[in-house]
Design a protein around this ligand. Structure first.
Ligand code: IPE
Ligand code: IPE
Ligand code: MG
Length: 258
């Protein structure tokens, strides 16, 4: 085992994020830097994911949400979109059984109706196969957009109002939250974006309201266990105040540990 694979994070469990959300960006540039077609970068990106999934499981992280294809990514050249669909299809076919064996519970979030029927079928089968698992929850955001998520939640709530099941006064933050894609999971504590851009790109806009943001220039295919450890260490050193003062947070931490 290499030193890298052996990396041990010395962080107390209560300082670890429960939910990590990642924008896996930089595949195309990784390939371009090597004079390879962009698609090779996407393939290398799937490989990089393997160790991040493994390490998330080892650390006991509850949920890992991965941005695989945004609602805006349809704007890419047809050929790249097609290759990405094939890659998704093949990766699901190849990896799901292995993930199932390690106790991973898989969910794909996003507007799946736009995908080819075969891919939709494979997604459903993968989710059904793993739904009883109690290990790491992996959410793959595919044809996902934060604005889409809030819109679909609003539509469901509008239906409840028009059926007379609730009044408009009953619409609260909690109710809207309950209709979003990952309402059964804690909101992401840590958001990671690789590839150097410092933007959200219509990922989880509601759920990231109080997440700690971590940006790195490392391109996704190069994001390994050490890089992940750096992100988690950065998270563990931050004081999450949620509106309170630093002194208040310290005081309540001390009370909890007394
Ligand atoms: C992220 O890598 C993967 C997807 C959007 C599917 P990119 O393909 O955006 O890589 P860059 O940003 O062009 O380097
Ligand atoms: C965001 O990456 C989506 C995914 C990583 C899947 P993009 O590379 O498409 O984001 P923008 O458009 O450059 O912000
Ligand atoms: Mg990009």
């Amino acid at each position: 085992m290499s030193v890298k694979e052996n990396y041990k994070l010395d962080i107390p469990a209560e300082k670890l994020p429960k939910h990590v959300a990642i924008i896996m960006d930089g595949n195309g540039r990784w390939a371009e830097h090597r004079s390879l077609p962009r698609f090779s970068g996407h393939r290398a990106g799937v490989e990089a994911l393997r160790s991040i999934l493994q390490m998330s499981g080892e650390l006991g992280i509850q949920s890992l949400t991965l941005f695989a294809f945004s609602s805006e990514n349809w704007r890419r050249p047809k050929k790249e979109v097609g290759l990405l669909m094939d890659l998704f299809m093949n990766a699901l076919g190849r990896e799901v059984k292995k993930l199932h064996e390690t106790g991973v519970r898989l969910r794909v979030i996003g507007d799946l109706s736009a995908f080819p029927a075969k891919l939709q079928q494979r997604i459903k089968e993968s989710m059904r196969l793993t739904e009883g698992n109690i290990g790491l929850q992996v959410n793959i955001a595919a044809n996902y957009g934060g604005k889409w998520d809030i819109t679909q939640a609003t539509q469901k709530i509008a239906e409840l109002v028009s059926n007379g099941e609730i009044d408009s006064d009953d619409i609260t933050e909690d109710l809207l939250n309950d209709h979003l894609s990952m309402s059964d999971q804690p909101e992401p504590d840590l958001f990671i974006r690789t590839g150097g851009e410092q933007r959200i790109s219509n990922f989880l806009i509601w759920q990231l309201a109080y997440s700690e943001l971590y940006f790195t220039r490392v391109l996704w295919p190069d994001f390994d266990r050490d890089e992940y450890a750096k992100a988690i260490t950065s998270f563990a050193m931050r004081q999450r105040r949620f509106g309170r003062t630093g002194a208040q947070v310290l005081e309540s931490d001390q009370r909890e540990h007394a």
